[in-house]
Design a protein around this ligand. Structure first.
Ligand code: FAD
Ligand code: EPU
Length: 337
């Protein structure tokens, strides 16, 4: 383990923002967290980084970044119906999805092609196409960054919600997640409830569902809508989809008859932020190196050489215009550092 100084972060964040970390250490096992923090000294400004696919660096990072590369795939136990697998937090999420599919284990195929690491997945309870990681989550191990003690969190402790967990809320920046245990199905129950998924399967003439063909369909939908960060810098959806109460929704519906809407279990209505942003004429917007993606208005992009602060400014202008037109406050999903 080595602490490097003035390290470029350009290839460590999918926005491709070209800033530096004052200090950066890559860790491959739990014991290195302690060594790193001991040799670094007291109370550094600290950031844990996985694949950098949900962060926006507004400027240089003046403290210490710990990049988590802890690997490992262990079959802990199995019964007639389930397997329990323990995964190193630095494993690539999509590689784990493919590994589960190869083994015939169901539950995460709808989460195919989400960039990033296993350790960051519970952070915001990653979700796509009708599934969230909380539905297969068993527990995780994390190191308390103040006491360096290992703590186990079950699903209740994690307080999962839509793009939320306790690690984004009350315990923000206090733990480094090291291992995650998932409970996967040996007799998969397929989820094709999301309209685009069933339509793609139908268009492909799929009669018999398998983990593989659901994953392939989802990969093709994602590739048609979302920019590949290797080509155009981005961090996926920049904002969360807002929910409003029924009265507000009914008023909006009167003014905008075709407003897309998804009722939630708690009686609210979810409105796609992408639609709100598109209605404010941002879709395809470009100013120099920054912009709003032409196929998905919820995705802010760096065409090359963008400044993180300019992207933050653009996100604020989008928030203001959506608020002015619809009276709805958009909340960023991306972690702005
Ligand atoms: P990072 O960006 O490195 O970190 C994200 C946050 O987690 C930071 O606050 C960081 O400090 C913290 N963190 C990271 N690792 C740890 C750890 N081990 N312990 C403690 N804290 C940690 N997300 C979805 O939910 N659904 C999608 O469909 C989706 N699609 C995407 C598509 C694209 C093209 C892109 C670029 C992103 C997309 N995302 C999506 C967002 C992103 O992929 C996920 O949030 C992912 O889990 C981030 O993983 P990461 O390792 O890159 O995390
Ligand atoms: N829409 C528009 N214009 C746009 C984009 C979307 O009008 O430019 C409307 C359309 O009505 C469309 C609806 O929004 O039918 C939903 O769009 P889409 O299916 O693309 O999904 P999303 O709500 O924009 C969410 C997640 C994605 C996830 C997909 C699939 C959030 C914030 N985003 O996007 O997650 O992959 O659903 O489940 O919940 C991410 O979190 O980074 C992410 C990419």
């Amino acid at each position: 383990m080595e602490i490097r100084e003035n390290v470029s972060l350009k290839h460590l964040n999918t926005f491709g923002i070209d800033v530096k970390a004052r200090y950066l250490a890559e860790i491959g096992e739990e014991s290195e967290v302690k060594t790193t923090l001991n040799s670094y000294g007291t109370k550094p400004q600290l950031l844990i980084l996985g694949g950098g696919s949900n962060v926006l660096f507004a400027g240089h990072f003046e403290g210490l970044i710990i990049k988590n590369n802890i690997l490992g795939r262990e079959l802990l136990k199995e019964d007639h119906d389930y397997v329990w697998v323990k995964l190193g937090a630095g494993e690539n999420w999509h590689d784990i999805v493919l590994w589960a599919i190869e083994n015939g284990w169901g539950g995460i195929e709808n989460l195919s092609l989400i960039p990033g690491t296993v350790g960051a997945a519970p952070m915001q309870n990653i979700g796509a196409y009708g599934v969230e990681i909380c539905s297969v989550f068993e527990k995780l191990e994390a190191i308390d960054l103040s006491t360096l003690k290992l703590r186990v969190f079950d699903a209740n402790d994690c307080q999962f919600g839509y793009r939320h967990s306790v690690f984004k809320g009350a315990l923000k920046n206090q733990y480094l997640i090291t291992r995650v245990v998932l409970k996967l199905q040996k007799h998969p129950v397929f989820n094709t409830s999301y309209g685009a998924v069933s339509q793609t399967l139908k268009a492909r003439g799929i009669k018999e569902l398998t983990l593989r063909n659901i994953s392939d369909a989802i990969i093709s939908i994602r590739e048609s809508k979302l920019p590949n960060p290797d080509t155009i810098g981005n961090a996926g959806s920049f904002f969360k989809n807002p929910t409003v109460d029924r009265n507000i929704y009914n008023n909006l519906k009167t003014a905008y008859a075709n407003i897309p809407n998804y009722p939630t279990e708690d009686g609210l209505v979810k409105i796609p932020a992408g639609w709100l942003i598109e209605q404010c004429d941002w879709k395809g917007f470009r100013k120099g190196a920054i912009g709003v993606h032409k196929n998905q208005a919820l995705v802010l992009v760096n065409y090359g050489g963008a400044n993180g602060e300019d992207l933050v400014q653009l996100s604020k202008e989008i928030q203001s215009s959506v608020n002015a037109k619809f009276g709805i406050e958009l909340t960023p999903e991306v972690n702005i550092v």
